[in-house]
Ligand binder design. Structure first.
Ligand code: F6R
Length: 608
């Protein structure tokens, strides 16, 4: 979704804004713009399309001189991706400039009221209403005007604001949309995400909900919505600057898939202590863990798929009932909670609007909430009672791969922890699982090492129209994720079915050469899945199968087989997904698409 960058300090702002915005391109956008103030004149440029166009029209920023500026990449919500709708937006006098991420839900009624007072609007956006409101409420004190606006808007926002009456001062505010403040040497920054400022500083503040920041070149102060000064903690970002770079790969997605062995090590190793799983972040929840009657996993997209796999693993190992639900459904459904239930939210970004709302809904009902999150300091880490970090590092490609892998690994470890607490994990079993967990990184490495074979196969299917993914049990969870990967980056229609379900309707779509990908890693379900393969084969399907090493008999029915190294039935997900991620990648790259920036998609979905 939209990206915001702001700077105030000693350097020229425009090149910093352009550089920062380029680091936020991964979020998805369809227009870009910036405004820079040199103490006398506020200059602005905006354009639909890619950031490069803004770079060219401003001569790398040279045409917008000044040391205070705000920049924006917009993912269209209210109004098309046009120059008029691109940010920044201004008041009529051009003395207030605003960039915004989020949605102001009551903007229409506010706009109508302002129109009655003589305000005119140039764009269709909700953001221009904020610029007009700031104009209306501004007397002499920007903080006072901002607070009056924040009291009157509903919805979500991250805002970067310039008042020309206050040269050198950058204002920022947020609610339910991400925004950080970077503390640098030659100036200070705001940004939607850390990669935008990482080149200049590792010291960041996370602005809280309904908090306002006043930023000059050498001072940063925070205020709550009652205008009281508040103190924020300075955090140091530990990532390597290169973590947010392509590192020689053509696309971030390939780099991130290749990082999966490291991500698994980073996520699991710190939690394996003396041959058992220990979550330091959950030590205070010992009683809750022992009493838990049900786990309710809420998430969106791939994180939801990780939850589905988590359900099979936790129910299988620990015997606790698990419900998995799309956060967008959960939040409006008035869920019926049972005593001693735990809600577990899963999210890479920690900012997904629906998942965040689901956390708030559960908390409002007194239910303990854990969040499995990748992005340090994100909104969910502040809303949930406990945060379980996945240590995947920054994920830039819109299609998640390494964060998903880290999420399922966390579910394996949670399952082991619950199973042990409930006396359902025999010591020899625990030892076996820990050994399997430790072996996963090298097994993933092995599968990544065979990527050329997957690439060759993908090249044959570049022109595919429809692909079906089938599997049973955990393999169904993998099928869901594999089909999402393919459709989101290659625009090939793909559907996942529980293998036994196909014949209840969808099998009528199978015709000669339709590609069906069958996942068969669960030994007790293997024969059943083979029967389903035979069913589609006899209707002309071309079958790609992913199964455990040793099952060469599958070649009697499948046309192309990928064998995964042996592990226990619960952890097979981590291995089977690898060739299927690679397949999606190669179909997309082979079709010549921008793999990292699929059309219509945003990395961090901060609106409903
Ligand atoms: C798909 C993908 C999305 C996200 C979903 C939730 O590749 O990345 O489906 O999984 O938008 O995002 P997070 O995990 O940030 O809450």
């Amino acid at each position: 979704m939209c990206g915001i960058v702001g700077y105030t300090g000693k350097s020229q702002a425009a090149p910093i804004l352009l550089d920062g915005l380029s680091k936020l391109e991964y979020r998805g956008y369809d227009s870009a713009g910036m405004a820079v103030f040199d103490g006398k004149k506020l200059r602005s440029e905006k354009t639909p399309g890619r950031l490069n166009a803004l770079v060219e029209m401003t001569h790398d920023g040279e045409l917008l001189p000044g040391t205070l500026g705000i920049g924006h990449t917009r993912w269209a919500t209210h109004g098309k991706a046009t120059k008029e709708n691109a940010h920044p937006h201004f008041n009529a006098a051009g003395t207030v400039a605003v960039v915004h991420n989020g949605i102001i839900e009551n903007y229409l009624s506010i706009r109508q009221r302002l129109e009655k007072k003589g305000y005119a609007f140039k764009s269709e956006t909700d953001t221009e209403t904020i610029a007009a409101m700031l104009d209306y409420y501004y007397e002499k004190d920007p903080i006072e005007a901002i607070i009056k606006v924040l009291h009157r808007v509903t919805g979500s926002y991250a805002l970067g604001i310039i008042f020309t009456d206050h040269p050198g001062v950058l204002y920022a505010a947020r609610k339910d949309s991400p925004l950080i403040v970077g503390k640098g040497r030659d100036g200070n920054y705001i940004a939607s995400d850390v990669p935008a400022v990482l080149k200049y500083t590792r010291d960041v503040y996370y602005i809280r909900n309904e908090e306002i920041a006043k930023i000059t070149g050498d001072e940063i102060s925070f205020y709550n919505i009652d205008a009281d000064p508040v103190t924020e903690e300075l955090h140091t970002i530990e990532w390597d600057v290169n973590a947010a770079d392509k590192g020689g790969y053509e696309f971030y997605m390939m780099k991130e898939m290749s990082e999966q062995p490291k991500v698994l090590r980073d996520t699991c190793d710190p939690r394996i202590k003396n041959g058992t799983i220990v979550f330091d972040e959950l030590v205070k929840d010992e009683k809750i863990i022992k009493k838990a009657s049900k786990l309710h996993i809420v998430a969106c997209g791939s994180a939801y798929h990780a939850g589905i796999s988590g359900k099979y693993v936790i129910e299988g190992m620990a015997g606790i009932p698990v419900e998995v639900e799309l956060a967008s459904e959960f939040r409006y459904r008035n869920p019926v909670y049972i005593p001693d239930e735990i809600v577990i939210a899963v999210s890479q970004s920690g900012e997904t609007a629906d998942t965040l709302a689901a956390i708030k809904e559960a908390k409002a009902n007194g239910v303990p909430v854990w969040a499995i999150v990748n992005a340090t300091g994100s909104s969910m880490t502040r809303e949930a009672d406990r945060t379980i970090y996945t240590y995947a590092g920054p994920e830039i490609s819109v299609a998640t791969t390494k964060a998903y892998s880290a999420q399922i690994a966390v579910f394996y470890m949670l399952a082991m922890m619950f199973a042990k607490t409930r006396g359902r994990l025999a010591p020899e079993r625990e030892e076996e699982y820990i050994e399997d967990l430790k072996r996963l990184p090298e097994q993933v490495e092995f599968l990544l090492g065979n990527k050329e074979r997957v690439q060759k196969f993908a090249n044959r299917y570049i022109a595919a129209h429809d692909v079906y993914y089938i599997g049973r049990g955990i393999d169904y969870g993998i099928a869901l994720e594999a089909s999402l990967k393919l459709k989101e980056i290659s625009y090939v229609h793909a559907e996942a079915y529980a293998a036994g379900e196909l014949k209840h309707g969808t099998i009528s779509l199978i015709e000669k050469n339709t590609l069906v990908t069958a996942i068969a890693t669960q030994e007790e379900l293997y024969d059943k899945t083979i029967s389903n393969i035979v069913e589609v084969k006899s209707r002309g399907a071309f079958v790609m199968a992913v199964t455990n090493v040793g099952h060469s008999d599958i070649e009697e029915n499948a046309d192309f087989v990928i064998y995964i190294p042996s592990t226990n039935k619960y952890f097979a997900n981590s291995l089977a997904i690898i060739p299927l991620q690679l397949f999606a990648y190669y179909v997309s790259a082979g079709r010549g698409y921008d793999v990292d920036h699929p059309r219509n998609l945003a990395k961090s979905v901060t609106v409903e």
